[in-house]
Design a binder for this molecule. Structure first.
Ligand code: PMP
Length: 665
């Protein structure tokens, strides 16, 4: 696809069309395959061509249509479309512009007014440019007020991650004082840290192609002549030299071509070449509302404008305190206290410590054992590994782990698992501090599911024997299983709840351990009684993360995210049963909500781990534009909750194709 450069203005009437036409004519004059587009033009009578589009069409040379949509009312595209009783389709506009970009080497796209002009109820020109990954040239009139307007536009472009090529000052009516314009240019360059490409003189007759091309002669267009910078090679080289990746086999990493993500939008990741990849695993199960959601972006920026971090040790702040209150409002009943950490594993560590000390403070120092499920995974710090130990991941770690008591996973044998739990508790229940479970789905074990009934029975057994129940919802929380929390949906009342991943919608590292008031009260007492929870991290309740988490919770209401999650779950159910279940090598397809595991086996026998079948499917899916990550030979799908039916179709289709490629007949 061609490079797309958007010409945006600090306002309307600043001369964007003339600048765009003049740049197009000048670059074509230098032999460049440059064309110009005015995708949206308002104030155009039905059936007539837009004036600006006509100008850009003429500058683009024969055989080129420079307009896409026209609207009659000379207002914002949103208002003009409403007056015609319709809504503009951002996706269709994006596709039309991208289509035009495929037919030339450099596409100049003239915006409508400024960056924040609304196109639809929820989107602006800036959103459209971000989706197109356009670079930006800012057009401004020289004169009083231009410094502030230009600085605001530059800030708006930067805060959306748009690459700025520079500013052009325009002498719209021929009356600009050259000294004043030069003074503006110097100040803008210094204040905004952006090059001013020059001052475009007044063009008497904009239909005169030679005059247009001549006007641009004084502009420094070198950045438009060079190819767009692509740091992929440099990034990969630095990575190979210095980075140590988590859960990544070093030798395999060296041999594969890594995906270098530059940006994201909705359910898509974009690499530096502009290629889009569908995010089938929500960037490791955490992206909820999609990448670059305007509300989450805005919440982060707003908080950043106040303070990025301030400690929560003996102090408080609005994002942390209000998030705690809002979390309690949506958490399973009875959980009224919130302890913040960063990683899911840290939330689990806090849960273990709170459970152990709560039993002690309640007069049960003998209750020191933790009951955990077979195949459990609770994170990678030592305490979390102690309750979530699995081979071969944790071989050799015993000296730093404590022994947990195991009950077989309920997956595949709920009655047996429950019986074992009952026998264990009958035998040694009086030394158990807590039972820790991943409710509904043991995710990292390969999306192993169990029934709500089993969960209720297990929790009831634990409570009957005086053990606390810790629900680790780091993976299942925030809508993944169809309810906001799996434990609430299943009807259990955990004493302690761990959340992480989706808490910030997938934006920032924040986790939380929620506890009941009864547990919290056990930690209250005179200083000398040492009831204080001597535990915490430097970045506990980071205000940026808390602000985004609050915005994410609001989105669950505003956008009815749970309804989307349930719809997507049904779509995945249908698509996987139609296209994946019957494929050779597919042993089982498991799903709860959107959390889907496709287990691959050779008939009934697991594949030799060294064959790396799951990885082969992942790489084949990558070639089809889809990002997934397996758990051994279980192919995992766990998309953002807002994935559309069409995207889900693409995802499952690509995964089916990848399985067929990796395991032909
Ligand atoms: N608990 C569960 C159930 C998890 O699935 C995970 C991560 N997959 C964790 C804890 C650990 O979370 P983190 O990676 O953020 O430490």
């Amino acid at each position: 696809m061609a490079r797309i450069v958007a010409v945006t203005g600090t306002g309307t009437g600043v001369g964007k069309s003339v600048l765009t036409a003049s740049l197009c004519a000048a670059l074509r004059g230098r032999g460049m395959d440059c064309r110009a587009l005015k995708p949206l033009e308002t104030g155009v009578r039905p059936g007539e061509p837009g004036e600006d589009a006509a100008l850009l069409g003429a500058a683009s040379g024969p055989g080129w249509t420079a307009g896409i949509e026209t609207l009659e009312l000379p207002r914002s595209p949103l208002a003009a479309a409403r007056a015609e009783d319709r809504e503009l389709d951002l996706g269709a506009l994006e596709a039309a512009i991208a289509g035009a970009a495929r037919r030339c080497a450099l596409l100049l796209v003239e915006g409508v007014g400024g960056l924040l002009v609304p196109i639809t109820a929820g989107s602006t020109v800036r959103d459209l440019l971000r989706r197109l990954d356009a670079e930006v040239l800012v057009a401004a009139t020289a004169g009083l007020g231009t410094i502030s307007h230009t600085a605001l536009t530059v800030e708006a472009a930067r805060s959306a991650g748009l690459r700025l090529l520079g500013v052009v000052l325009i002498d719209v009516d021929g009356g600009t004082d050259p000294g004043f314009a030069a003074e503006n240019a110097t100040q803008i360059a210094a204040q905004c840290g952006v090059p001013v490409l020059g001052i475009l003189p007044h063009v008497g007759d904009a239909r005169d192609a030679d005059a247009l091309a001549a006007a641009a002669a004084g502009l420094d267009v070198s950045s438009l002549l060079l190819p767009r910078p692509d740091p992929t090679g440099e990034v990969v080289a630095a990575d190979r030299r210095h980075v140590w990746h988590p859960f990544t086999q070093t030798g395999e990493w060296r041999d594969e071509t890594p995906l270098v993500v530059r940006s994201g939008q909705g359910c898509w990741l974009v690499d530096w070449s502009g290629r889009r990849h569908l995010d089938g695993i929500s960037s490791l199960w955490c992206t909820v509302h999609g990448h670059a959601h305007p509300s989450l972006d805005a919440a982060l920026r707003e908080q950043l404008g106040r303070i990025a971090h301030s400690t929560f040790l003996g102090q408080t702040h609005a994002p942390g305190a209000l998030l705690a209150e809002e979390l309690v409002g949506v958490a399973p009943a009875g959980l009224t206290r919130v302890f913040f950490s960063e990683a899911g594993a840290a939330a689990v560590e806090a849960a273990l410590r709170i459970a152990l000390l709560a039993q002690r403070h309640a007069g049960h120092p003998e209750r020191t054992a933790f009951v955990a499920l077979g195949e459990a995974y609770h994170g990678d710090t030592a305490g979390a590994v102690s309750v979530g130990r699995s081979e071969p991941f944790h071989t050799g770690l015993d000296p730093i782990l404590f022994p947990a008591v195991r009950v077989p996973s309920p997956h595949g044998n709920e009655a047996g698992s429950l019986r074992a739990l009952g026998e264990l508790l009958a035998r040694e229940g009086d030394r158990v501090a807590a039972l820790i479970v991943e409710p509904r789905v043991q995710a990292a074990a390969g999306m192993l599911t169990h029934s709500d009934r089993w969960l209720r029975d297990a929790a009831e057994l634990a409570h009957r024997h005086g053990a606390l129940v810790i629900a680790d919802e780091v993976a299942t929380g925030f809508g993944r299983t169809g309810d906001l929390f799996a434990s609430g949906g299943a009807g259990i009342a955990p004493d302690i709840l761990c959340v992480g991943k989706g808490l910030t919608g997938g934006y920032l590292p924040l986790s939380a351990t929620l506890a009941t008031e009864a547990i919290f009260d056990l930690f209250t007492g005179p200083y000398a009684a040492h009831r204080t929870l001597y535990y915490g991290h430097t970045y506990t309740a980071n205000p940026l993360a808390c602000a985004v988490a609050r915005a994410s919770l609001r989105l669950f209401d505003e956008e009815d995210t749970l309804a989307s999650a349930r719809r997507l779950a049904a779509t995945l159910e249908r698509l996987t049963s139609e296209r994946v279940s019957g494929l050779p090598g597919v042993f089982d397809v498991r799903r709860r909500g959107v959390m889907t595991g496709i287990e691959l086996r050779d008939g009934d026998t697991p594949f030799e781990p060294a064959r790396r079948v799951g990885r082969a499917v992942t790489l084949a899916a990558r070639r089809r534009g889809v990002v997934i990550r397996p758990l051994g030979d279980v192919v995992v799908l766990n998309p953002p909750l807002v994935m559309s039916d069409a995207e889900a179709d693409l995802l499952v289709g690509a995964v089916a194709g990848a399985i067929e490629e990796a395991l032909p007949g």
